[in-house]
Write a protein of this length. Structure first.
Length: 291
């Protein structure tokens, strides 16, 4: 596997979330600088400043309207940016809610988590917001993704559980078998959902029936953070504390890919259509892994 390092900012800017945009470029957030960046196929980097430098842009995803949508964790808003760099934001009704994870739903809307408010939110492409309270206090809902069953699935970091919400707002929680699992990242892989347990150093799989299988990592202190699925079904995830990218087959075979830089702090991760893996490193780089 070959590795390419691409400098997109200085270390103070904090590359964090990353996704493939509808234009085929890589779009990423700069959580500390209050910016969204674009990495073109020819290596050109463009950075777009937002209206509030301290807004904390975090997780970013491609929307159903040809734009990119992202959470603004520190000023409690949802942001939208076109592929031409025109940005706007939408205020949320719950004060200090801390939006974090975001994903496009099968209903043409964006669904997001609220870290501080124990809620799941929904925003239409026109900016209309609905909120759904969770049956838990202090659960810290984190990442969210669309499942194979037409529902949205999300992690509850401090409740050590996986949640499911239907498009009508019906919520089911599935406690995890490992104490202190603290799941964060979650992604669809095949006909199941895969998640990473930052507290326990494991990768987990949950079926739509709620059945859970957990795969301990060789380095239980690696603190896996984000996860995504490749076109071949392999799972890719960032091992934040270990400075490593991990991969797992659906059968549970693990391979670790150490990053060629100290203190990389990999966070967000995505797989391009050609199978290349990209991860955002807090030191100011995006790393590309060519399987």
């Amino acid at each position: 596997m070959t590795t390419e390092r691409i400098v997109v900012a200085d270390g103070a800017a904090g590359p964090y979330g990353i996704t493939v945009g509808p234009d085929g470029a890589l779009w990423f957030t700069l959580v500390h600088a209050g910016e969204v960046g674009r990495l073109a196929g020819d290596g050109t980097v463009t950075r777009y400043g937002l209206d509030a430098p301290g807004c904390g842009p975090s997780v970013i995803t491609a929307g159903p309207d040809g734009a990119l949508w992202f959470t603004r964790m520190r000023d409690h808003r949802i942001g939208r940016i076109t592929v031409d760099g025109e940005a706007r934001c939408y205020a949320l009704p719950t004060e200090d809610c801390g939006p974090y994870g975001i994903a496009a739903g099968p209903d043409g809307a964006l669904w997001f988590t609220q870290l501080n408010a124990d809620r799941i939110g929904r925003i239409t492409v026109d900016g209309e917001v609905s909120e759904y309270p969770l049956p838990v206090t202090g659960g810290f809902p984190s990442m969210i993704t669309a499942g194979p069953d037409g529902a949205l699935w999300f992690t509850l970091n401090q409740a050590h559980a996986i949640g499911r919400i239907t498009l009508d707002g019906d919520i089911t929680l599935h406690p995890l078998p490992t104490e202190g699992a603290a799941p964060v990242g979650i992604a669809r892989g095949g006909e199941a959902l895969w998640f990473v347990e930052i507290g326990a150093g494991q990768v987990g799989r949950i079926g739509v029936d709620g059945g859970v299988t957990e795969h301990p990592l060789p380095d239980r202190a690696a603190r896996p953070h984000a996860v995504t699925a490749g076109p071949d079904g392999r799972l890719w995830f960032t091992e934040w504390a270990a400075g490593r990218i991990g991969s797992l087959t659906p059968d549970g075979d693990y391979t670790g890919h150490p990053l060629p830089v100290e203190g990389a702090e990999p966070h967000g991760i995505t797989v391009a259509p050609d199978g290349a893996v990209y991860a955002a490193l807090e030191i100011g780089e995006i790393v590309r892994l060519e399987p």
